[in-house]
Design a protein around this ligand. Structure first.
Ligand SMILES: Nc1nc2c(ncn2[C@@H]2O[C@H](COP(=O)(O)OP(=O)(O)OP(=O)(O)O)[C@@H](O)[C@H]2O)c(=O)[nH]1
Ligand SMILES: [Mg+2]
Length: 443
């Protein structure tokens, strides 16, 4: 028997631990009505009106009173999981909900594993796999933009886009497979350019999605912005000015900042993580050297590099493949050639710099992503990338006339399996494990 046996009735607290007004205990499965009947000592039948709450006393198996709670039945396919579900809205805190769970277990439920309610929703066809992942994103959203994106995906945006790539390829596959049943004389091979064209159309859509996956990453994790430059060029001052907070130590001595200091700010709904770093210079001082090493590591991980320059310090060069903005600092003393001039002292140029960061981070694409209801994650991106590589390869082999319809069909089928794992049209037990292990218990 699998540990996820869907014949079991599962139970878990759906609200976070700790003291609060109410706690919600969720029960789902074949025996949900039987269990609520045991807890309340009154009969809850199949005919119970769904989605209509009732206030009732709950008792343990020893018939001691646990709580008086609002009980919400959501029956059959109308529930989140797609099976009979009962939610108990009981008093919050650390004891009552646990007691309700224990009572449910004594009456035959099993404690749910992480994400098991959503896993059932998936298995019962209520949510696709990407929609299930959107549930986690919605719960973990730190910005309104992230929440909107998660909601768009939960409402089926990604599923629809993926289907639009899959459908023509699936019909192509069945056409190819149909043709294979005939002898070559009876059924000529599909024209190569026609085949390549269809694969090309899928490739175009995939690369559009991959661009927006990049945007999804920015919205989900934030954009890493690293401030780098010579000692004393004003990095910590600019960092503080951007945060509107006296966060990092500023001093007229060169080499003040040693550790990387990171703080997040939200600009136009998008999260940016600013990293103030140690000034780069040749030094023999051990601690400073360690700091500079950290600067280089931050630069390597940056999404955007702010290269700072001031008239009173020697400019430094940094090696980076990330987009950079050359920021002139201390322009109240003297201007310098750069992309954006700033003065942390006078708080000038900060807004302009933030706008430039939004531009470089492709804030514009966020709107597109939201409109399409996409919130692609690393898993989706990985599947899209390898499907892209396989399709490019397949297209080349077709155009080079290297392979017959039978091989085309085999290769296409394996790519479709890969793509199908995004929405869960195709899935394995280990894929479900990978996805649902990221959930919390009770979801
Ligand atoms: N006039 C003026 N002085 C500034 C400005 N920004 C920074 N300074 C001064 O420049 C000096 C160095 O500033 P920091 O912000 O500590 O420079 P840093 O790049 O972080 O220096 P390290 O941490 O040593 O690498 C301080 O004396 C600041 O007051 C500015 O916009 N205008
Ligand atoms: Mg500093």
């Amino acid at each position: 028997m699998s540990s996820f046996d869907t014949n079991d009735t599962i139970v878990a607290i759906a609200t976070p631990a700790g003291v609060g007004g109410i706690a919600v205990v969720r029960v789902s499965g074949l025996r949900a009505l039987e269990i609520v009947s045991c807890l309340t000592g009154s009969e809850w039948k199949k005919e119970t009106e769904s989605h209509k709450a009732k206030l009732q006393k709950l008792y343990s198996e020893l018939e001691t009173l646990i709580d008086e709670a609002l009980i919400l039945p959501m029956l059959g396919t109308s529930s989140y999981t797609g099976e009979d579900t009962i939610e108990f809205f009981c008093h919050g805190g650390n004891v009552v909900a646990e007691n309700v769970v224990s009572a449910c277990v004594s009456f035959g439920a099993r404690p749910a594993t992480a994400g098991e309610f959503t896993r059932r929703a998936f298995l019962n066809g209520k949510l696709s796999l990407d929609q299930s992942e959107a549930v986690v994103d919605l719960i973990h959203a730190e910005t309104t933009l992230a929440a909107s994106a998660a909601l768009g995906q939960l409402r089926g945006g990604t599923k629809k886009e993926i289907l639009q790539i899959e459908q023509p390829l699936l019909s192509l596959l069945s056409e190819l497979e149909g043709g294979l049943e005939f002898l070559e004389e009876e059924h000529p091979e599909m024209p190569r350019n026609q085949l390549a064209e269809k694969i090309g159309a899928a490739l175009e859509k995939i690369s559009d999605l991959l661009l927006l996956a990049e945007t999804g990453k920015s919205v989900r994790d934030g954009v890493n912005v690293v401030l780098v430059g010579a000692p004393n060029c004003g990095k910590s001052s600019l960092f503080n000015a951007m945060l509107s907070d006296d966060r990092a130590i500023v001093d007229s001595s060169a080499g003040t900042t040693r550790d990387v200091i990171s703080e997040a700010i939200i600009i136009d709904g998008l999260k940016f993580i600013l990293h103030d770093t140690a000034g780069v210079r040749a030094t023999k001082e051990g601690v400073e050297q360690k700091g500079i090493k950290r600067t280089h590591k931050s630069v390597a991980d940056a999404d955007i590099v702010l290269l700072l320059k001031s008239q009173d310090t020697e400019p430094v060069e940094v090696n980076t493949s990330s987009p950079s903005i050359i920021v002139g600092t201390k322009n109240d003393i003297a201007p310098i050639e750069c992309d954006i001039e700033t003065s942390s002292l006078e708080k000038s140029g900060i807004k302009k710099l933030k706008n430039e960061m939004l531009l470089v981070a492709r804030r514009g694409d966020v709107e597109k992503m939201l409109r399409m209801g996409l919130f692609l994650n690393e898993r989706h991106r990985h599947k899209l990338q390898s499907s892209q590589a396989n399709l490019i390869d397949l297209k080349t082999q077709i155009l080079d006339n290297k392979i017959g319809d039978d091989i085309v069909a085999t290769l296409l089928a394996s790519t479709l399996t890969e793509l199908g794992e995004i929405s869960g049209r195709v899935y394995t037990e280990s894929l479900l494990e990978e996805v649902f292990s990221k959930f919390c218990v009770g979801k």
